[in-house]
Ligand binder design. Sequence first.
Ligand SMILES: [Zn+2]
Length: 94
Amino acid sequence: MFAAYTMSPEFIQTQTDITRIISRHLKLEEGRRILKGNCPFHADHSDSLMVSPVKNIFKCFGCGKEGGPIEFVMAMENMSYDEAVKSLALEFGV
Ligand SMILES: [Zn+2]
């Protein structure tokens, strides 16, 4: 197990479970490789947000927002890059 202060942004971006992070804020529809959900970043009516647990990334085909766990937390929680990294490190590093 990694202590929070040793967790690099790269480690967080690839190893923290994006499905778990996004599922806290919206319901994700089950799928084999790609999960879908209602994008929280624009007025979405057609489940435009795609989540790839394999690549640990999300992408919205409605508004174009995309990224990994860090970008999702930054946008969702209105945090800076450093704050999002710290928040994820604390959550997943303990
Ligand atoms: Zn969107």
